[in-house]
Ligand binder design. Structure first.
Ligand code: SF4
Ligand code: SF4
Length: 270
């Protein structure tokens, strides 16, 4: 969806594509960008100066992630739990906590078929996706139409990736699993006040409960992609839908115009 939308729109407007599914980025397989820049992403991990430390325990008290503990006359830091929030160093009364960078992933920038491309990659074994997503989003180019590819679900990385967007396109499938995830995603977007619409992928499989739910909740169904072996084959060969079946381009352009209409309506009502 995201790659086909980007390619369909790039003749209309300059497009920037961000792959924020940093645990499993795969848009590069379809867009095949020419990457020209790479940088590492680090988070600040505390280092305690035992000469200055009085073992007061304040750092452990403020750490909501249990990443630092004071045991007798020892301060233990657990880097794999640390979110790099800086609270322990900020609040240490003895100024005994400094910070060292810990690499958690990389960011790569390039171009593909006229589209500016950026993706983040979480290092295998690391758990902190949000700092990489934040780093990718720092490169948002407001002169361009920005399309962000987001991982499935409603976890912290998803919230980090979708927050501050004008609109969120929820791609689901008409099955009980699809409906379950859709209901959770709708709840999350309502809470962070981002407008949304639905794309039904693999339309024709499963039942009509997703459709019923959308009608009942007044959620627009903006596009349906049928269950079609030719589409699956294109995907498995690393070819985007609109490149393999150019007749879909118009549907993606219409999709964008409907989204723009919804966003404009929301702005007017605010
Ligand atoms: S807050 Fe500072 S002084 Fe207190 S235990 Fe932690 S590192 Fe030591
Ligand atoms: S930087 Fe934040 S998450 Fe890491 S140990 Fe300190 S308080 Fe905890």
């Amino acid at each position: 969806m995201a790659t086909s939308l980007a390619l369909s729109l790039q003749n209309e407007k300059p497009v920037q594509f961000l792959d924020c599914d940093v645990e499993e980025p795969d848009a590069h397989i379809l867009l095949k960008p020419l990457l020209s820049h790479q940088q590492t992403v680090s988070i600040p991990i505390p280092r305690v100066d035992e000469e200055k430390c009085t073992y007061c325990g304040k750092c452990a008290e403020v750490c909501v992630y249990n990443a630092i503990a004071v045991v007798g006359k020892k301060v233990l830091v657990f880097p794999e739990l640390c979110h790099g929030c800086g609270a322990c160093s900020y609040l240490c009364p003895e100024d005994a906590v400094s910070e060292i960078g810990k690499e958690v992933g990389i960011l790569e920038i390039g171009h593909s078929k006229g589209v500016e491309f950026i993706h983040g990659k979480l290092t295998v074994g690391e758990a902190m996706a949000p700092p990489i997503i934040r780093e990718v989003k720092k490169h948002i180019n407001r002169e361009r139409l920005v399309i962000i590819d987001v991982s499935p679900g409603t976890s912290c990385p998803v919230v980090e990736a979708v927050k501050d967007s004008d609109f969120c396109l929820l791609v689901t499938e008409p099955t009980p699993f699809g409906l379950n995830d859709l209901v959770l995603a709708v709840d999350m977007l309502d809470r962070i006040n981002i407008p949304y619409g639905v794309v039904i992928n693999r339309d024709g499989v499963g039942d009509n409960k997703v459709e019923q739910y959308c009608h009942q909740e007044g959620i627009p169904i903006l596009l349906r992609i049928p269950l079609d072996i030719n589409i699956a084959q294109l995907y498995s060969r690393g070819i985007t839908l609109v490149e393999g079946m150019p007749q879909w381009q118009e549907a993606f352009l219409n999709l964008f115009h409907r989204i723009r209409h919804i966003v404009a309506g929301k702005r007017k009502s605010e």
